[in-house]
Design a binder for this molecule. Sequence first.
Ligand SMILES: [Zn+2]
Length: 62
Amino acid sequence: MTAASYPVIRCDGEENLGGPCDNEVGLPGATTVAEVRKGNPDWHPRPGGRDICPDCWKDDIR
Ligand SMILES: [Zn+2]
């Protein structure tokens, strides 16, 4: 398989359990990051283009 060329969003939670969070998510058929966000309502876009995954959001990031 070749490297994926579809967009993904990555979690920018940086204070989760003492280290950066490596979660990322995509969306089948999506061609833009905006579509990925729209298809993953459990993820939380933050100012500055950051995204927070559901796990980190539950912890303490507001
Ligand atoms: Zn996370």
